[in-house]
Write a protein that binds this ligand. Structure first.
Ligand code: PEP
Ligand code: CO
Length: 446
């Protein structure tokens, strides 16, 4: 291994899983050169601030709410779409803040979540085999040879689409839209409209009383009007994230300035692979997804590679075990990491271990499985005396029909009505709020 911490290209000698087969390497080179000259989307200081927030999570003093689309699309970078997603995330965050009595660190799977790992490199339909869709950053969703051909020009579009999305997110979260009383009013509407709403009435009423009390005290801090919001994505396409890595002039340290936080997916976390090597060089707060095949030794080796200084907030483990596995697969990992004294924030992705195919052929998930995995995650941490540090979900602010269950129940026959995801099935707005209130109940019962 190269000892120079600023060698940002050491990953190039290692196997890089899930990279596109770009048909024209010189076109890729030209795009990479252009990306290298573009301004940062986020600042190193903001990444450090998020690292501080995540350090509080690792200490058990804060909770993460991370979420957004499985795969963002260029067409989806509209004001309505981004606003609805943020609105839902903020509504969930209020409920969790009140119930957990700790700050909620809000991180979107937004403004860069454009690349997808695939289980197969090609897709066959009606005897025709074409490259699999790898996200708008790489190729098109339409099943035609032209659309599925990887096009490096899409890396530039991903950058610009991220800039537009982040600009909207910054404006919505700083410009009065995120006012706490307004967000709470939206939650009251949800509780009033939802068939499951009655179950949430008491919690909503308590939040209302807390806000009224603060108002009567004339307490009106800045925090009631704006929120801190951070961006994140799976840094899958290394040419893109490398091209957007800059050495911070203040500290001389390299940051991937395409997002505040980046994570390594379940399919690219090989210890001797290019992703782990690249991530070991950047200074952002980072995550690694851990599926049920992860061994305690894997977890410790990842810590050794990615956070050798044991800096709290630097490394978050995102466990995605599945509802049926979380209670047996997670404890050995948490136990070993804890015994080792490693400062880790643990968060739960209750989506990716719970996907199945409905008879109609739609990939879907049951809200009950999602809730059960979160409950299992809480149980495991409570039993071990460690902190269940947050949740990582795929959701949208719109009324799609991609996951089944919820207060306005979606059944398998409904899936075709509004199945719009470019990749995995997302919770819709109501299902996301159901999840927040149910997680709040878990807090109360623990
Ligand atoms: C994802 O987050 O969309 C994803 C592909 O997850 P994982 O790497 O955990 O399978
Ligand atoms: Co997904």
């Amino acid at each position: 291994m190269n000892a120079d911490p600023i060698n940002l290209d050491s990953w190039r000698d290692l196997p890089a899983a899930q990279q596109p087969d770009w048909p024209d390497p010189s076109a890729l080179e030209a795009v990479v050169a252009e990306l290298q000259g573009l301004p940062p989307l986020v600042f190193a200081g903001e990444c450090d601030e998020l690292k501080d927030r995540l350090a509080a999570v690792a200490r058990g003093e804060a909770f993460v709410l991370q979420g957004g689309d499985c795969a963002e699309t260029f067409a989806g970078a509209t004001a309505d779409n981004v606003r609805n997603k943020l609105k839902t995330l903020l509504q969930m965050a209020i409920v969790l803040t009140y119930a957990g009595r700790v700050p909620v660190v809000k991180i979107g799977r937004v403004a860069g979540q454009f690349a997808k790992p695939r289980s197969k490199p090609t897709e066959t339909r009606g005897g025709v085999e074409l490259p699999a869709y790898r996200g708008d950053m790489v190729n098109g969703f339409d099943f035609t040879p032209e659309s599925r051909r990887p096009d490096p020009g899409r890396l530039l579009r991903a950058y610009h689409s991220s800039a537009v999305t982040l600009n909207l997110a910054r404006a919505f979260t700083k410009g009065g839209y995120a006012d706490l009383r307004q967000v709470h009013a939206w939650n009251q509407d949800f509780v009033a409209e939802s068939p499951a709403g009655r179950r949430y009435e008491q919690l909503a009423r308590e939040i209302d009383q807390a806000l009224a009390f603060m108002h009567a005290c004339r307490a009106d801090p800045e925090e009631f009007h704006t929120v801190e919001f951070y961006s994140s994505h799976e840094a899958l396409i290394l040419d893109y994230d490398r091209a957007l890595t800059r050495v911070d002039s203040r500290t001389g340290l390299p940051y991937d300035v395409s997002a505040h936080m980046v994570w390594i997916g379940e399919r690219t976390r090989q210890l001797d692979g290019a992703h782990v090597e690249f991530f070991s060089r950047i200074r952002n707060p980072i995550g690694v997804k851990l599926g049920p095949s992860t061994t305690p030794e894997d977890a410790l080796a990842l810590i050794e590679r990615l956070n050798p200084a044991n800096e709290p907030g630097r490394l978050t483990f995102i466990a995605r075990m599945g509802a049926s596995r979380v209670r047996d697969a997670l404890p050995p990992l948490v136990e070993k990491v804890q015994a080792n004294g490693a400062q880790i924030a643990w968060i739960c992705d209750p989506m990716h271990g719970n996907t199945f195919e409905a008879p109609s052929g739609h990939k879907t998930r049951r809200l009950d499985d999602v809730l059960d995995e979160v409950a299992g995650f809480f149980e495991v941490h409570h039993a071990l005396g460690t902190h269940p540090g947050g949740i990582h979900i795929e959701f949208t602010g719109d009324d799609v029909t991609e996951c089944v269950g919820g207060g306005h129940p979606i059944v398998e026959e409904d899936l075709a009505l509004r199945y719009e995801t470019a990749c995995d099935p997302r919770l819709n707005r109501g299902q996301s709020l159901d999840l927040a209130f149910r997680v709040a109940e878990l807090y109360r019962s623990s």
